[in-house]
Design a protein around this ligand. Structure first.
Ligand SMILES: Nc1ncnc2c1ncn2[C@@H]1O[C@H](COP(=O)(O)OP(=O)(O)OP(=O)(O)O)[C@@H](O)[C@H]1O
Ligand SMILES: [Mg+2]
Length: 499
């Protein structure tokens, strides 16, 4: 038997104007978890897609069990036992979990598809990965974590020998991530080989047996995880060491910009009160599902609160408010789900970043292409958005670079109050540092920033004050100075699980 289950040698992939992969090699052993790490746009997702038959490589070979295979389309890869859970969920929201699992390889009874059997088998698979919902539930009604379990069950239904997870934990809470880890370990122990792509060092060190680094379309190296540490991986990923990761400046805290009083929405959150001052960065943390996103959506007028008041610059905002009205009060929101809410994939980077400041990009009534261009070029440079030019359409960017466009768009907007919902999710280490720098600069210019985040290091190092939410209400307010992670985590725990 060959030493490696899978060998990918000298893979090259060229998109118009972009060499996404340049002579990249990789191998995978049976029963290992192998992490691929690298900055946004390094080529990780593209590499995976040459293995799953989504993209055809322009050069190189794929050897599975000692035999050279052409992955001419996704079905070929599927037949060879290769399954992938992609960075952006690819399931059908209107179909049930069972339908999503068995679509393409249904059970037939004569000429008919047997959904009774499919539902039964799907339920078995879902139970085996610890899912707590029925196979008949529509996928659109499930949480991101639950949708991922559907994807894993789907992979299992295809008897996958190789399971690829492209940033599986980006949208998961700590507990959900741990559950995913234990499923991954169980599959590994049963002999499945897993390729894991993640920007979270916790995932890499907690789960992987080996790690391979890509940088700028090139293969850099492969190491056993016990010979690696974070600093060394970062250095290989970025090409140099990162200096001050959390550049939080001391700022002058000014007047109150935002005050929320006893805001409630039945079934989502209750009696939520907090405030935000000029020059301040306030962290709003808690477990995923604690209700943080729901609160800011109601403040911003995306949904309607049942009771409670919102004041901007000391003025009460009407109960019937809309995002447009809030934006006119210089209030901006970076939504958590950027793919759906933040970005026009068919538009260029340029059009996307200048959208919130379109008024400033006009000369009289005409759109000034130059002003628009200058602004988006500045953003592209500042956040190191990897694209041939700002004319590139956003759909052609890597996942993390799409995130950066949305973040850049918000930060470029002329806002006084900004809510950033998980600002660094899916963003690589170097760009995280750049986003922190930008936040810090904006706060020191007098902006108020409310940052929703589940990442403890950024909450603790970037905030002046921190609110913790649990099960729909604020359990604690802290000054960031001298605070420990344990204090935050205790406040974030649902009450009945305490002790
Ligand atoms: N369909 C496409 N058309 C044109 N260019 C593309 C396409 N898909 C990817 N690219 C480019 O290929 C390069 C590698 O992208 P890829 O998505 O593989 O990066 P990644 O390592 O997965 O990054 P991230 O961590 O942000 O997900 C990027 O420069 C990207 O813009
Ligand atoms: Mg990717």
């Amino acid at each position: 038997m060959a030493e490696y289950l899978l060998e990918m040698n000298h893979i090259t992939k060229i998109f118009p104007g972009v060499k996404a992969l340049d002579d990249v090699s990789f191998n995978l052993k049976k029963g290992e978890i192998h992490a691929i790490v690298g900055e946004n746009g390094a080529g990780k997702s593209t590499f995976i897609k040459t293995l799953t038959g989504v993209h055809q490589p322009d050069g190189g070979e794929i050897i599975l069990d000692g035999e050279r295979i052409i992955m001419s389309d996704p079905l070929v890869a599927q037949k060879h036992g290769i399954a992938a859970i992609y960075q952006h969920a690819a399931s059908y929201p209107d179909l049930s979990a069972a339908e999503n699992i068995f679509i393409g390889h249904e059970f037939m009874v004569g000429p008919f598809v047997s959904w009774t059997k499919a539902n039964r088998e799907a339920q078995k698979l879902l139970d085996s990965v610890g899912a707590n919902f029925p196979a008949t539930a529509s996928v659109g009604s499930l949480s991101v974590a639950q949708q991922q379990l559907v994807e894993i069950a789907k992979a299992l239904s295809q008897n996958a020998r190789i399971l690829i997870m492209d940033e599986p934990t980006a949208a998961l809470s700590k507990r959900e991530s741990e559950e995913l880890y234990s499923i991954a370990r169980k599959l590994r122990d049963e002999g499945v080989a897993i390729i894991l792509i993640s920007h979270r060092f916790e995932d890499i060190f907690g789960l992987a047996d080996r790690a391979t680094v890509f940088r700028d379309a090139h293969y850099i190296g492969t190491w056993n995880i016990d010979e690696c540490d974070e600093k060394m991986l970062v250095k290989h990923m970025v090409g140099h060491e990162i200096g001050d990761f959390f550049p939080k400046k001391k700022t002058q805290i000014g007047e109150e910009l935002l005050r929320v009083e006893n805001l409630s929405r039945t079934g989502y959150f209750r009696d939520v009160s907090f405030n935000l001052h000029a020059g301040e960065i306030v962290g709003l943390t808690g477990l995923v599902g604690a209700g943080r996103t729901e609160v800011v959506e109601a403040v911003f007028g995306i949904t309607k609160a049942d009771s409670g008041e919102v004041y901007v610059n000391g003025k009460q905002v009407p109960h019937k408010r809309s995002p447009r009205m809030m934006m006119d009060m210089n209030f901006g929101l970076l939504p958590e789900d950027r793919q759906k809410q933040g970005l026009h994939l068919r538009w260029s980077i340029n059009h996307n970043t200048s959208l919130p400041v379109i008024d400033e990009c006009t000369n009289g009534i005409f759109l000034s292409g130059k002003k628009e261009y200058d602004l988006s070029n500045k953003m592209k440079e500042l956040l190191a958005i990897k694209a041939p030019s700002v004319e590139t359409h956003s759909g052609a960017l890597s996942g993390g670079n799409q995130q950066k466009v949305v973040v850049g768009k918000q930060l470029a907007a002329n806002t006084r109050i900004i809510v950033l919902d998980e600002p660094t999710k899916g963003v690589d280490v170097g760009s995280k540092a750049q986003i922190y720098q930008l936040m810090s600069d904006l706060a020191s210019q007098g902006m108020g920033i409310l940052m929703i985040s589940s990442e403890m290091p950024e909450v603790m190092n970037m905030s002046d004050r921190i609110y913790v939410m649990s099960e729909g209400h604020i359990t604690k307010e802290f000054k960031a100075e001298g605070l420990t992670q344990e204090e935050i985590l205790t406040a974030a725990m649902p009450a009945e699980r305490e002790g």
